[in-house]
Design a protein around this ligand. Sequence first.
Ligand code: MF3
Ligand code: CO
Ligand code: CO
Length: 249
Amino acid sequence: MIIIKTRDEIQQMRESCRVAARVRDELVRLVTPGVTTKQLDEQAARLIAAMGGTSAFLGYRKYPGNICLSIDAEVVHGIPSDRRIEMGQIVSIDVGVVYGGFVGDTATTVMVGVTDPEVVRLVRTTEQALVEGMAMARKGNRLSDISHAIETVVERAGFSVVRDFVGHGIGRKMHEDPQIPNYGPPGCGPKLKEGMTFAIEPMVNLGGSAVEVMADGWTVLTVDRRPSAHFEHTVAIGEDGPEVLTVVA
Ligand code: MF3
Ligand code: CO
Ligand code: CO
């Protein structure tokens, strides 16, 4: 069942999502060569606490970090560790915050001195896929219109959509109905209604779409070990179109 939020609940989600967005943007500034992913995780914990929130990830199904940091061939759910960020890498930062009883979930991929034009194109394409997916998040459309818009951008660029992980409804819980695949035909699934809130999150591989989970039980890797990018926003279906909630303003 897709939970419709009231105006008041949407206002509360604006607040939880703003906290998540502020943490995300602060971490983007801290992703530099030499820093360890654990140091970034500790900064995230401090920032979230300073804003009066808690991590939505820590302890979720026993996840051990405050955030997820996924480097190069890591797709999502990378666990913070003593690994150091290096020049030429792409680093995806996924932040989930609980604030005032609601969750905000957002991710971005940072290029650390990347010079490979194919990797630059991968990251830009993934962000553009998110933008075009979000643009379909309007009442009257169907859920898979979002999925199809994302897939279209990715396929046109010659990259692969990850099929084993999907976007999701979000609210008082991080993962609510519905699941939102990043692929599919247009015009299918439930009709979108004002007050629905979705985390839309394309994961895009430079090579093939196949992924596997590492022995740590969390880190998702591309099977071909070529790079993967991830962008995510929490979005509300508004009266006259999508409202991106995970913004700083
Ligand atoms: N934030 C992820 C998502 O976008 C989920 C993270 S799972 C966790 O759905 F265990 F790391 F929290
Ligand atoms: Co996320
Ligand atoms: Co999510």
